[in-house]
Design a protein around this ligand. Structure first.
Ligand code: PSZ
Length: 292
């Protein structure tokens, strides 16, 4: 079952107009929310960011934020999602193709869900990343449907046999193509400040909160690609990747190709914040039995 505006329906019953501005211009915004044990994780933060993204592109949400949240919760329930993702996008709406936005346009909301396990293997063993130039626009703080810059960087990484692309502007690291980037040097955690050059990830905020709770030194400052390559530990974060170690960047092996101690400390604290079953059980990174 999917959500089309405020109706629950089947995917094959939905017709998207070719003049939907989401399709024509990438004119719209989206969110991905993680579901753990049937519970939406940090739903309020995702809803707040959705509202902000819409406001930044001058789009009024079709329903109240509370209404949208209720619809998404109902969708998760109807589809009996245990561990998975909720994808929601709101496009500007349908209008004859013209850059100018007509006054009376109504946004179109679409949401679906998917059962997806936690990427336990990558979270444990880490991933490899290429470094590539950040060619995206200057409003990366908006979670917009325009993802071409990110898609092209990911494509380049994949073609070279790497898992992700870490982006830089004139050798200053911004973020990864679909993740935030953190580095650790001499016990200090560094990440790019939340400005127009990055998406302020919900997972990024969670990591900063954990670091604060644990009195770990953090600086929200841009760092260079050279600094990154000399880091003791590197990790990337996102709603689905959680805290994933980066063990190789281009030809450079990070921390002997392993997840580092501070990364693991953060992962463990993150895992403790994940909604559990009523009985406290869940698939765990630290307490699992032969998960791959
Ligand atoms: O399933 C996936 O592949 C997902 S779910 C969320 C993302 C990818 N990426 C979000 C994202 C992003 O696109 C960029 C450019 N920077 C940072 C992030 C991380 O944001 P959060 O932590 O909110 O998911």
């Amino acid at each position: 079952m999917i959500l089309f505006n405020n109706q629950f329906t089947e995917r094959d019953k939905v017709n998207i107009d070719m003049e939907d501005r989401g399709y024509q211009f990438g004119d719209g915004v989206y969110e991905v929310v993680r579901v753990y044990n049937g519970v939406c994780f940090r739903m309020e933060s995702h809803m707040a960011r959705l509202k902000r993204s819409a406001a930044e592109i001058g789009m009024t949400l079709p329903y109240s934020l509370e209404n949208i949240e209720q619809l998404l919760l109902k969708l998760v329930e109807k589809n009996a999602i245990h561990t998975g993702n909720v994808y929601i996008q709101i496009s500007r709406g349908v209008a004859p193709r013209d850059h100018q936005i007509p006054a009376n346009i109504t946004p179109i909301l679409l949401a679906n869900t998917k059962e997806v396990e936690r990427p336990i293997y990558k979270i444990k063993e880490g991933i490899s990343c290429i470094l590539t130039e950040d060619v995206r626009w200057l409003r990366c703080d908006i979670k917009s449907l325009n993802l071409l810059g990110s898609v092209m960087a990911t494509q380049k990484a994949n073609q070279l046999g790497y898992g992700e692309a870490i982006l830089h502007r004139r050798n200053m690291v911004t973020e990864a193509s679909s993740k935030n980037v953190f580095m650790i040097k001499d016990g200090t955690i560094k990440t790019h400040p939340a400005n127009h050059l990055i998406l302020d990830g919900i997972t990024r905020v969670e990591v900063l909160d954990i670091a604060k709770e644990k009195n770990l030194p953090v600086v929200e400052e841009a760092f260079s690609t050279d600094e990154l390559l000399q880091a003791d530990e590197v990790f990337v974060t996102s709603t689905t990747a959680e805290i994933t170690p980066v063990t190789k960047i281009d030809e450079t092996i990070i921390n002997k190709g392993q997840s580092g101690p501070i990364t693991q400390m953060l992962q463990q604290a993150f895992e403790q914040r994940i909604p559990k079953h009523g009985d406290g059980s869940s698939v765990s990174l630290f307490f699992s039995i032969g998960q791959k």
